[in-house]
Design a protein around this ligand. Structure first.
Ligand code: GDG
Length: 463
């Protein structure tokens, strides 16, 4: 029997985190993030429901029932400890994540992980099929749920199904390694519209479908034998620009920014990196580039500092533990070699912060350094630009991020080229005010033209 929701969002995570209160009870807190703020109004208009995993195992969470929070209708899906290991940490984060990011770490292929991935995708699909009203729209998100579109279609051919991939879609040469490549492509082909961050991802997908599944393709359209047409298209994601501007302009953020600068000893130049601690983000080469600039005498620790915030992420996956050790060791060595009493070269924070603190950091940073080896979009770069209300500050940006396609005026770098990165950071540090303004104004204009509401609206309109 069909349900009542006219729009069903299906994502690995719910837009809320379960938090444990001091008295041992649990409650829900809305997680900050553009996706939630973009979809919230749409959910309200369409009488929507959001299906996702609450982030704790079923054993810990106990019985999970649908609930309402701030007017959002949320439907938790339970994952057992085994499924967290096989579906989430395993197949999603140790197989697909590295494979889709240019194999910057070696993907692992395990048949038990795949079985877990299929089983969990089926659970999400069944729940979506139950909740959706006749003719409703189902919007599935990201690499953890690529089989869901076809599974939902099989159960509910009456629905409109969209899929959006937040990470890059790899070239055929890399995707071909996957033992289950055909199943994944067929899973995605269950959607009417498959969205990617960049047109390159859409092209890779269409090319693979032709090559591996043998369907007829025409431009971005795939023609299935039953007459259905699946469209692949780019929808570059963005942030809630107005919300960031408002936050960055608030008195309390301004005050916090002044405090941070004072705590650092009011340096002449502050450089900043903010990332999940992930091997795709290029934290290591960025810190090396900066440390060499300090060693070469281009920056002086008495009047410059590099703040690196590394938010803890996927800490139970081995590659992430190894990365943390590598970064810890590098920061220790750099500060040991180059720092002086009260003046570290790098101020390293392995922690996560409220959005207010992030906005203050963006306001403090003279140079934002974003150097992923590969990144679907990179919202940090967009947040920095949104927070530069005075049209100043410099963005050093990897050409391998989705954001690089929009921010042509950033100092673009190849993160594999340490000398090139050093030159770009130095050029950004020595740029005249006029040049900074010229570049930042252009980037801000571009960003305002595509905020996250525009992103969500264009996807749903195309669907
Ligand atoms: C994936 C794709 C794509 C980080 N630390 C804290 C914190 N953050 C926030 C940032 C930003 C978000 O997390 C990170 O987004 P990114 O886009 O930079 O990177 P991924 O997490 O890898 O996101 C990516 C994105 O999906 C969207 O499609 O752009 O390419 O990989 O918003 O601000 N937020 C708070 N405290 C922290 O410590 N509050």
């Amino acid at each position: 029997m069909p349900g009542h929701a006219n729009l069903v969002i299906v994502a690995n995570r719910l837009p809320v985190d379960q938090v444990r209160e001091p008295d041992g009870s649990t409650s829900w807190r809305r997680s900050p993030g553009g996706l939630v703020s973009a979809l919230e109004p749409v959910m309200r208009i369409h009488d929507g429901a959001w299906i996702g995993w609450p982030g704790v195992t079923s054993e810990q969470a106990g019985d999970l029932q649908p609930f309402q929070l701030d007017g959002l209708s949320l439907v938790p899906i339970g994952l057992s400890a085994d499924e967290v290991e096989g579906f989430y940490e395993g197949f999603s984060n140790a197989t697909l994540w590295p494979l889709y990011h240019d194999v910057v770490a070696k993907p692992e292929f395990h048949r038990e992980w795949w079985e877990s991935y299929v089983a969990v995708n089926r659970r999400f699909a069944e729940r979506a099929a139950e909740l959706a009203a006749p003719g409703a729209t189902v919007w599935v998100h990201d690499y953890q749920l690529q089989l869901v579109p076809a599974m939902v279609r099989e159960l509910r051919p009456d629905l409109k199904i969209g899929f959006f991939l937040h990470i890059p879609f790899p070239p055929t040469e890399l995707f071909g390694q996957l033992p289950w490549r055909r199943q994944i492509l067929e899973g995605l082909l269950g959607a009417d519209l498959v969205g990617f961050q960049l047109s390159g991802g859409a092209h890779n997908f269409v090319r693979l479908v032709k090559q591996r599944v043998g369907h007829h393709t025409e431009g971005n359209d795939v023609h299935l034998p039953d007459g259905r047409v699946v469209r692949a298209q780019a929808f570059p994601i963005s942030i809630d620009v107005a919300a960031f501007e408002e936050l960055a302009g608030s008195e309390s953020v301004e005050q916090r920014a002044t405090e941070i600068r004072a705590a650092l000893g009011n340096p002449r130049k502050v450089l900043l990196g903010i990332d999940r601690l992930d091997y795709t983000k290029g934290i290591y080469p960025r810190l090396r580039a900066y440390s060499e600039l300090v060693a070469d005498g281009h920056f002086d620790v008495h009047d410059s500092v590099f703040i690196q915030v590394a938010t803890p992420s996927r800490e139970r996956v081995e590659q992430y533990r190894l990365l943390r050790d590598d970064v810890d060791r590098l920061v220790g060595r750099i500060n040991g070699d180059l720092g002086e009493i009260g003046y570290p070269a790098i101020s390293y924070l392995h922690s996560s912060y409220p959005q207010h603190e992030m906005a203050a950091l963006y306001r403090v940073a003279d140079i934002m350094v974003v150097t992923p080896y590969r990144d679907g979009m990179n919202l940090v770069a967009k947040e920095y630009v949104a927070c530069r209300l005075d049209d100043d500050g410099a963005l050093v940006l990897s050409e391998f991020t989705g954001a690089a396609a929009e921010f042509r005026q950033a100092w673009q770098v190849n993160p594999y080229d340490i000398d090139g990165m050093k030159a770009a950071i130095l050029a950004a540090a020595n740029a005249t005010e006029d040049e900074l303004t010229r570049r930042m104004t252009a980037m801000r204009r571009n960003l305002r033209g595509n905020d996250v509401n525009h992103w969500a609206a264009s996807f749903l309109a195309a669907l």
